[in-house]
Design a protein around this ligand. Structure first.
Ligand code: ADP
Length: 514
């Protein structure tokens, strides 16, 4: 016989002789045994001592064993205690079923052999301990997963501040006159790479938002032709740089759907980026768009094919899971975080569509197909993508602006940038200083960081809005691009919410437009 699993047993029986015998056998087997003669006594003993298992007679003087069992199962704190019903008189199948339905683990008919009792207790406890262990591990995993998500969100957020300073400083440096041609080349490298870094940081943030169900689409009536045209300006040079021919004929007419233009652009950029990234130089990639009918509904079908390294069948089923990467080679020659396809799938599904991948095998290329439903009647107001970036010449009128920013590099670069557009800019280092200066100087526009020491950006906006009413325009600058952060900014009185690293063109347009 295997050694008993030790634990505390509550033995509930109003017949003294039976109770005595069961207790004796259990103690001999090495268990700690507590006793109760009524249902009420049993419940209070459970509340005090939390036994691992209860040997519970059905017929008790004050209430039935079924009722005791039901009460214990209703309370989450006692629901997991193993229960063995015992009875001599209630032995019909129906009664046994009732006991098991009430939550008992086993039913023993009296008189039972001491060995049978011990073996039954051992068996239910073994299962219970395994269950508890599995539950504890699952909880630990969930907790670790939650912390990982929090860490990713925090990491992405922290990376945004230094990136913002690099992006702005580079944009500024590119505008300075220089006779050294290599300098312009180097600055272009910095600009491209920091753009690339920003994209990865944004993807990381998106992943943690998606896993917490916090991504919402900003839907409008959008034209797929415009979206494709726009993203080709980014993807085509990338393909050319990688030596991959990209065949993506422009649509000859607008194709309207209800969706989030930026998210759709993100989907197709990711897929095209992969198609050219996982194809050797000399290979080719293509994009085609067709409208097909499915179940009396029209849908747009976008196919992205490549002649690249292909995907093995065993990977194909996991390809949309986060952090899946086939290229685990040490040099990680193709880079990436392994989250692009998870984002693609989540965003396509938020649009009510599907994405699938096929490949004939390694070395035989891949094909990704995105299907998006087309609206019966375009219902939402039209929204184009933001106009393609023009050089931020800052042609608008000069404004008196207060910049409230505690990060020295961000303050310096944004200050210079806004001055270079002809604005008159004052700076404040923290929230209180910001409110004081804005009131003293009577500025018409304030650009305010949210994470400030002391009084945060939301507090600054609330005070300025309360004191200056509509006489000031407020722009929030923050590393938090979540919907919550956006809503909170508007509730505090901000007119505009920009996420770091802020694109200089977007800031220039915002300042002009306000
Ligand atoms: P990343 O490209 O950042 O690693 P993705 O989530 O975009 O992450 O892709 C996950 C994995 O799927 C990639 O690492 C790659 O192994 C594989 N994959 C994606 N697209 C293709 C493709 N077009 N051809 C071959 N493999 C691909």
């Amino acid at each position: 016989m295997s050694p008993p699993v030790l634990g505390t047993i509550l033995n509930v029986n109003d017949t003294e002789a039976s109770r005595y015998l069961a207790t004796l056998s259990l103690r001999r087997a090495g268990y700690r045994v507590l006793e109760a003669a009524t249902g009420t006594e049993a419940l209070s003993c459970v509340a005090e001592a939390r036994p691992d298992c209860i040997v519970l007679d059905i017929k008790l003087p004050d209430m039935s064993g079924y009722e005791v069992c039901e009460r214990l199962k209703m309370n989450p704190a006692t629901a997991n205690i193993a229960i063995i019903h015992t009875s001599a008189t209630f032995i019909t199948a129906e009664k046994k079923v009732r006991g098991l339905k009430a939550g008992a683990d086993v039913y023993l008919t009296q008189p039972f052999d001491p060995e049978e009792l011990i073996a039954t207790v051992n068996s239910v406890l073994r299962v219970r301990f395994l269950e508890q262990d599995a539950r504890r591990r699952a909880e630990q995993l969930q907790e670790a997963d939650r912390r990982k998500d929090e860490f990713l969100a925090m990491l992405a957020h922290e990376l945004r501040n230094p990136l913002a300073a690099v992006t702005t400083a580079t944009a500024l440096a590119q505008r300075l006159p220089s006779s050294e041609p290599r300098l312009a080349k180097m600055l272009n490298v910095i600009q491209r790479q920091s753009h690339h870094l920003s994209r990865m940081v944004d993807d990381l943030l998106d992943v943690s938002r998606i896993t917490r169900g916090k991504v919402e689409l900003r839907r409008a009536r959008v034209d797929l032709r415009t979206i494709m045209g726009q993203l080709m300006t980014v993807v085509s040079p990338m393909a050319a740089q990688r030596g991959v021919t990209l065949d993506a004929p422009a649509l000859d007419a607008p194709l309207w759907l209800d969706g989030d233009a930026h998210r759709l652009e993100q989907v197709f950029t990711n897929l095209l980026d992969n198609a050219t990234k996982y194809t050797e130089a000399g290979g080719h990639a293509s994009l085609s768009v067709a409208v097909e009918a499915k179940d009396a509904r029209r849908q747009v079908v976008v196919r992205i094919r490549d002649s690249g390294i292909g995907i093995a069948p065993e990977m194909l089923v996991r390809i949309f899971e986060p952090f899946t990467q086939v290229d685990n080679s040490l040099d990680r020659s193709r880079g990436g975080l392994g989250i692009g396809l998870m984002l693609v799938q989540s965003l396509v599904e938020l649009h009510g569509g599907t994405v699938t991948a096929v490949s004939a095998g390694l070395g035989l290329g891949s094909e990704f197909t995105v299907r998006l439903p087309l609206p019966l009647e375009p219902s939402l107001p039209a929204e184009g993508l933001s106009p393609s970036p023009q050089s931020f010449a800052g042609a608008g009128r000069s404004r008196r602006i207060l910049l409230v920013e505690d990060n020295a590099d961000a303050r310096l670069t944004l200050h210079e940038l806004m001055e270079s557009w002809g604005h008159q800019v004052d700076v404040a280092f923290d929230g209180i200083d910001g409110v004081t200066k804005a009131l003293q100087l009577g500025v018409e526009l304030a650009v305010v960081d949210i994470g400030l020491p002391g009084l945060d950006g939301y507090g600054v906006a609330e005070r300025l809005r309360a004191q200056m009413g509509p006489n000031i325009r407020l722009v929030a600058l923050t590393g938090y691009g979540t919907l919550d952060a956006r809503q909170r900014a508007f509730q505090s009185g901000f007119d505009v919410h920009l996420t770091k690293p802020v694109n200089p063109d977007e800031l220039a347009r915002t300042l002009e437009g306000l």
